[in-house]
Ligand binder design. Structure first.
Ligand code: SF4
Length: 395
């Protein structure tokens, strides 16, 4: 799968492969005719991946007034219901009709692991028997949801547990949205006994940084962000959303023109093409100069500072000379470096550098006036490197 990706056989990065990998195309088939243009014939549309206006149009096609669309969207996104039957202010006949002609993605919490510092990791089951991971993280400023966009990944980064397991399929917009909704519901339930509904904590930040490459599932990822941004739902500001990519240049350029000013986070992890070729095979297709050009384009078009993620791996990319090269690369760019002492992945043989080496790397970037932070180390205690919980659960 990875070879095929690198040599361009199944689909180009930056283009959605939705439907190509197919489980969504074969799941939930129904002989009744579809009532919504743009949805594959025979597949009941998943309203969890619809914008409020789209739900209203869908209901209008069933002869329902437009305010029903607002009601349905609110049941899904504010009350977090899992079925049409729970939408008790809809007439029973309409609930039954919706059951026949539509569906709602409904992920199942298969495992839930709480760590220190308010971090909770979820293993979420999909309707076809696959599963994905998502993480809820608590910060002083609020709660963030880090979600997956694919089952597995094609990119084969050498240090990554998800990359090791290969690619299975893309998630649909509704599935990506439901990862956030499930964590939001959980968060709300935790505090429901002690607080009024309007003061309960909610997910306020969304990060596409779980398993998978969001720009390789471009359409579904962007659609999910638009749905999560909808005022009538979770209303997460685009400025509080982050799309993380391993550097799919066409996707970065396309996102820059999308009109959604999300934070772009690029996993760089090496300052030279030779080293990046070794640890991130995607670099052979989109080398560093193309990635940094696309990053500058993104920063110019959106006015947003681009984050470069740099996972520090002991004796691989953590030398002072690497820090100097990195500083040279990013000098003058509207950029910020996020250093991540690697969460060790046993199977992959990469180790975390000692603290003094991390601090030396940081100091070199600071001296060069590159904005830099060290990522708060969440999740070491809960297998929070992508793919670790899923692999443990599936063993
Ligand atoms: S680090 Fe991200 S892009 Fe690379 S293999 Fe893992 S999930 Fe895919």
């Amino acid at each position: 799968m990875v070879r095929a990706f690198l040599f361009g056989e199944p689909g180009k990065p930056g283009e959605s492969l939705e439907g190509e990998s197919g489980n969504e195309a074969t799941r939930g088939r129904d002989p009744r005719p579809d009532v919504r243009p743009g949805v594959a014939p025979g597949v009941r549309p998943d309203l969890k991946g619809f914008l409020p206006q789209e739900i209203s149009e869908f209901l209008a096609s069933l002869g329902e007034p437009s305010y029903r669309g607002t009601q349905v969207f609110s049941w899904i996104h504010q009350k977090g219901v899992a079925s049409f039957d729970e939408m008790t202010n809809l007439p029973l006949a309409l609930r039954r009709k919706l059951d026949e002609v539509a569906r709602l993605a409904n992920l199942e919490v298969l495992a839930r692991k709480s760590g220190t510092q308010g971090t909770v990791k979820y293993l979420l089951g999909l309707g076809d028997g696959n599963s994905v991971e998502a993480v809820r993280m608590k910060y002083t400023y609020g709660t963030s949801a880090c979600v997956s966009t694919q089952v597995g990944c094609k990119m084969a980064c050498r240090f990554c547990a998800s990359g090791a397991a290969g690619f299975v399929r893309n998630l649909t917009p509704g599935e990506i949205v439901d990862e956030v909704l499930k964590m939001n519901l959980d968060l709300s339930r935790e505090s429901s006994a002690s607080r009024e509904p309007q003061t309960r904590p909610r997910i306020g930040w969304v990060v596409l940084m779980g398993t998978g490459e969001p720009l390789d599932n471009y359409d579904a990822s962007v659609k999910a962000l638009r749905v999560l941004n909808a005022e009538e739902g979770l209303n997460v500001s685009y400025r509080r959303m982050t799309v993380s990519t391993c550097g799919l240049v066409p996707g970065i350029r396309r996102l820059a023109e999308e009109g959604i000013p999300v934070t772009l986070s690029i996993s760089l992890h090496a300052p030279t093409d030779d080293l990046r070729d070794e640890i991130m095979p995607i670099n052979r297709r989109y080398p560093i100069p193309e990635v940094t050009d696309a990053a500058s384009f993104y920063a110019t078009r959106t006015g947003r500072r681009v984050t470069f993620e740099y996972a520090l791996m002991r004796d691989v990319n953590d030398d002072v000379s690497h820090a100097r090269r990195l500083a040279g690369l990013l000098s003058g760019m509207l950029a910020h470096v996020n250093l991540i002492p690697l969460n060790p992945v046993k199977e992959r043989g990469y180790a975390r550098p000692p603290r003094e080496r991390v601090m030396r790397f940081l100091a070199v970037l600071k001296e060069a006036r590159i904005p830099v932070t060290i990522r708060r180390e969440l999740g070491l205690d809960i297998d929070a490197a992508c793919g670790q919980l899923r692999r443990r659960y599936c063993r």
